[in-house]
Design a protein around this ligand. Structure first.
Ligand SMILES: [Zn+2]
Length: 636
């Protein structure tokens, strides 16, 4: 196994103290986790895993909700437990811990003597386990329980759930594989692959890694497992609702895949697992497939917000350049999944292609899923609204709240990567990290007002002087970025910039200081000419943040505004705006209805009057008076 993989810091190794993220982490701690627990409880999820509940009321639970969501309820509890683990590391919360302990106790008593653990197939459809891997999310649920168990164990030291999921993973390893009598299946919804790699890191048990590798290697092979599995159930594989196995990225072996297709969240989780395996094994074909898929996503199928998957019908991808704004599905979980994938691509090497996109998805398409107080959630994240799209309290498929919640609560794990003799700074977030580098504990402290301001101070405090490489991301949006070391500005000849990271290799001593200056010009982004929806429009971006117009800030209906092509765009910090953020303002024209006299069409253009265009960061929209919103603004 390679020692050069940049691994995320251990849970709890990074303490965030940041103008932007600390309040958001607090809202997950005081809002999201409690609200999500209550809503899971109200929905019946906790009763559903309770061995003391009689079968009849449990079946009524299924009747009440009347859809297959219950099949993946265990995954929501897994994500709840994971989010709780991360939250408990931010601050002790005995009441929350007691609630999670009670859930763990129920899972323990529900577990079958052979290790099996899935409430749907234990209680609702006994005897049908492993009969429909394509649709039933059985291994997906196992993956989220594994991730939950690891986080809860690392946060509390309690290993009950970890032991439970290890027994379950052992059963899964005995059931699936290429050996005699084993099923050659894999889950329709990837997730268990990346979870098993984590379980390998948590336990040191190589067999979990080998199982993850088997699931990746087996996917999409012929004869197709899902065809055989359907026939064994007496079903016609050709009659499947979703048609092609592209829906679950099982249309061909993963090393042959080169287009991002199908259900977006499944894609992101699969590619995350592929990147994990590629990093651990040095499998060049797998790494090349990841790079091809990345290029396809970023070159043809990604929203400017880092969201993806325009279509509700398959919750996923459609055609190249098909990026409608008002009907964008762009599920929160998909942008969260892009953060997961990017962070794993960064395990291979520091590379701005991945670091910049990880940041974009995090600050925009993922974070928009969460209301300011952490209690309301977007499932889909359109880039335009007529005022009728709002965050909800609950969704029959509540996958997004715990996904954005666990991401925000565990943010420290995405800020840095550490290898034997290298530390990468991927994100600019205030706080303190303690990382093991070159056999020494190195404390790294960041101070910054990012993303509102572009100056970042990074202090390096090794226990003793030690040589390693500090690789600092130089964001692509800041071409005039500069780096100083102990007060001296580094010229190009003083440092190596490779893959968009400034690589500073030296013997580091206490209180060495690296400072970054990242000028944050407001950018007008244009879309490729084949993105029909964005023709003649620009999106405003400052630093990592995409901006949007909301009707509450603009006197003119936002769709009537036309940004002057050369108008300067002012960026000003407004302490009173949603806890403090930078607004944009620019000169614009507003089309007028004067002279239309009730007609719908006419030959002449509308009159125009001067107007002011005001924009706020996209992630923050729909936190004030409801109204219209647009990201892509018409531009003269
Ligand atoms: Zn979701």
């Amino acid at each position: 196994m390679s020692q050069t993989i940049l691994r995320p810091p251990a849970m709890g190794a990074v303490r965030i103290d940041d103008v932007f993220w600390s309040p958001r982490m607090a809202s997950v701690r005081t809002g999201t986790v409690g609200v999500f627990y209550e809503r899971c409880r109200e929905a019946g999820m906790i009763d559903h895993i309770d061995p003391d509940i009689k079968d009849k009321p449990r079946r009524q639970l299924a009747g009440i909700h009347g859809m297959s969501a219950q099949r993946f309820w265990d995954s929501d509890l897994g994500k709840l437990i994971e989010m709780a683990g991360h939250v408990l590391l931010l601050a002790p919360d005995p009441a929350l811990e007691a609630k999670i302990d009670a859930i763990v106790d129920k899972f323990g008593r529900m577990q079958q003597p052979d290790g099996y653990l899935n409430s749907w197939f234990i209680y609702q459809e006994p005897g049908k386990r492993w009969t429909n891997l394509r649709d039933d999310h059985e291994l997906y649920c196992a993956g989220h329980l594994i991730e939950g168990a690891i986080a809860y164990w690392r946060a509390t030291g309690k290993r009950a759930l970890l032991d439970i999921v290890c027994r379950y993973a052992d059963l899964i390893a005995a059931t699936f594989g290429t050996g005699p009598g084993q099923k050659r299946g894999y889950c329709g919804h990837p997730e268990i692959e990346l979870a098993l790699v984590e379980l390998y890191h948590a336990t040191g048990e190589k067999r979990y890694f080998e199982l993850a590798r088997y699931f990746i290697d087996e996917r999409g092979r012929q004869p197709h497992y899902y065809d055989a599995e359907a026939r064994a159930r007496g079903a016609d594989p050709a009659a499947w609702h979703f048609g092609s196995y592209e829906y679950c990225q099982a249309h061909k072996p993963v090393r042959e895949q080169d287009k991002v297709v199908g259900h977006a969240v499944r894609a992101m989780y699969l590619y995350s697992g592929m990147a994990d395996i590629a990093a651990e094994t040095g499998d060049a074909a797998l790494a090349a497939a990841c790079a091809r898929l990345w290029a396809d996503l970023v070159g043809k199928r990604l929203y400017v917000t880092g969201g993806m998957g325009p279509s509700a019908a398959n919750e996923g991808f459609t055609a190249d350049y098909d990026l409608p704004n008002r009907t964008a599905y762009a599920e929160t979980c998909a942008a969260v999944g892009l953060v997961f994938w990017a962070s794993r691509m960064l395990g291979l090497a520091p590379d701005r292609r991945y670091g910049d996109l990880m940041e974009l998805a995090l600050y925009n398409g993922a974070l928009s899923g969460l209301s300011r107080d952490g209690t309301l959630f977007f499932y889909d994240n359109p880039l335009e609204s007529r005022g009728d799209h709002h965050r909800w309290k609950w969704h029959r498929c509540p996958c997004c709240p715990p996904n954005i919640g666990r991401l925000v609560a565990s943010l420290g794990r995405y800020v840095y990567g550490a290898a034997d003799d290298r530390v990468a700074v991927h994100l600019f977030v205030g706080g303190e990290a303690r990382l093991a580098v070159a056999g020494t504990e190195v404390r790294i402290t960041q101070r910054t007002r990012y993303p509102w301001e572009g100056s970042v101070s990074i202090t390096i405090d090794p226990e003793r002087p030690v040589e390693f490489e500090l690789a600092v991301r130089m964001p692509g949006w800041s071409p005039n970025a500069s780096v100083s070391l102990n007060g001296r500005k580094l010229l190009r000849g003083d440092m190596v910039i490779d893959g968009g990271y400034a690589r500073l290799r030296r013997r580091w001593s206490k209180r060495d200081r690296v400072e970054l200056d990242l000028p944050m010009a407001v950018e007008r982004l244009r879309a490729h000419p084949d993105v029909a929806e964005d023709a003649g429009r620009v999106a405003l971006k400052r630093g990592p943040l995409i901006y949007c117009l909301e009707s509450v800030d603009n006197e003119t209906p936002v769709h009537r505004l036309l940004l002057d092509a050369r108008a300067p765009i002012a960026a000003n910090y407004d302490a009173a705006l949603l806890g403090g953020m930078v607004r944009l303002e620019a000169g614009a024209s507003a089309e007028s209805e004067a002279g239309w006299n009730g007609s719908l069409y006419r030959t002449g253009p509308s009159g125009q009057s001067p107007a002011t265009l005001r924009a706020i960061p996209y992630f923050a929209w729909d936190n004030r008076a409801p109204g219209a919103m647009e990201v892509w603004v018409r531009s003269g």
